[in-house]
Design a protein around this ligand. Structure first.
Ligand code: XIL
Length: 351
């Protein structure tokens, strides 16, 4: 596929009131995970994406299996196309992800490599991928989901073949390859103060104490219309911010039990608004990112049977109450210049 095959969004500039314009007043990025297929094949997908958002995350195309399918073969076409689309539409990119236990290619998962060989493979992969996109990537999820619910390190292929040092190594390699990207640790179920977020706190504290380049913490936030404890989320964000880490909401979606009802849509809007409010109240929160934007393309129905409709546009690309709630929340930044919370956020520079 040629890089030029995906056009810039029709209309060029974002319309007044688009989420990206409102978010820039709050000094945060806003955007979704993006899939290559609909970007190529469904014009409303590209139009909505380019109009509304300032950052995108490749949903799958920078993961190890898609981008490095054989030991000496990389497959960059799709990732290149997403990065190109972002550039043409004035968006930045959140890279996802170098080290994860899922979507690992067979050659790597079943290969019998020594510890040193695994380290060489990890270094080559990160140097190659991070190096290729250096300059286009605002932040990289260097390590994804390395911690168990009890706070211990997950026994992944990286852990079992390299040992816990794989985390230090991954961040060091990423820092070498792209010194300008924010390097992020990303995980789910660690939004509130619990055993898992305690374990992650200890993990990143150790990385920082050893001088490892890590700059951010990503909260995935795959949640339900039941929401989360926002007070505990705020406290948890604060303790990571106190380590001088930037904070990213990386994969928010708010799934509901099907069928969709007006009450469930209202509850969902309330949850989106609450998460946004927590981000806006925390100066270290740099991005509000969702795992998709249209219910036409979401991982939720296949991974959470009986649930769906987790995103802010419906299957016909019409904005849902959750969209309106975000627009309203972001709109407060422009009109709240007298409010010190918003003033301190707006003085932070989201580059
Ligand atoms: C999911 C994608 O959305 C699916 O298309 C894919 O089949 C599996 O992975 N946490 C993550 C993401 O960090 O990479 C996952 O994405 C969702 C959970």
């Amino acid at each position: 596929m040629l890089l030029g095959a995906i056009p810039a969004a029709q209309g060029g500039t974002a319309g007044a009131g688009a989420l990206r314009d409102l978010a820039s007043q709050c000094a945060i990025w806003i955007g979704p995970a993006v899939a290559y297929g609909p970007l190529l094949g469904e014009p409303p997908y590209a139009d909505t994406l380019g109009r509304e958002f300032s950052i995108l995350t490749p949903e799958n195309d920078m993961k190890w299996a898609p981008i490095h399918p054989q030991q000496f073969v990389y497959s960059f076409d799709r990732a290149d196309a997403l990065v190109s689309f972002a550039g043409k539409n004035g968006m930045t990119v959140h890279g996802h992800t170098f080290v994860w236990h899922n979507q690992v290619p067979a050659w790597l998962a079943s290969g019998s490599f020594t510890r040193d060989e695994m380290i060489d493979i990890l270094r080559d992969h990160i140097y190659t991928v991070a190096g290729r996109y250096s300059g286009s990537i605002a932040a990289w999820d260097v390590v994804n989901e390395a911690v168990n619910d009890d706070g211990s390190l997950r026994n992944t292929l990286w852990f079992s073949r390299i040992g816990p040092e794989y985390l230090d190594l991954a961040f060091q390699f990423a820092g070498d390859a792209d010194p300008n990207a924010r390097l992020v640790y990303n995980d789910y179920g660690a939004e509130v103060i619990n055993a898992k977020s305690n374990g992650i706190y200890d993990l990143v504290s150790g990385l920082l104490a050893r001088g490892v380049p890590i700059h951010g913490l990503g909260f995935q936030l795959h949640i339900t219309t039941g929401g989360i404890d926002l007070q505990s989320f705020a406290q948890n964000m604060q303790r990571f911010a106190d380590l001088s880490l930037e904070l990213y909401i990386t994969e928010l979606d708010v799934r509901m039990q099907l069928p969709v009802t007006p009450e469930r849509l209202a509850a969902q809007a309330n949850v989106y608004a609450g998460i946004l409010g927590a981000c806006l109240a925390q100066p270290a929160c740099k991005a509000f990112q969702m795992w998709g934007f249209t219910d036409a393309h979401s991982w939720v129905p296949s991974f959470f049977p009986g649930f769906g409709a987790a995103l802010i546009f419906d299957e016909m690309y019409q904005p849902k109450p959750a969209y309106d709630a975000l627009a309203q929340g972001l709109g407060q930044c422009a009109t709240a210049t007298a409010n010190s919370v918003f003033r301190s956020k707006a003085s932070a520079t989201a580059q």
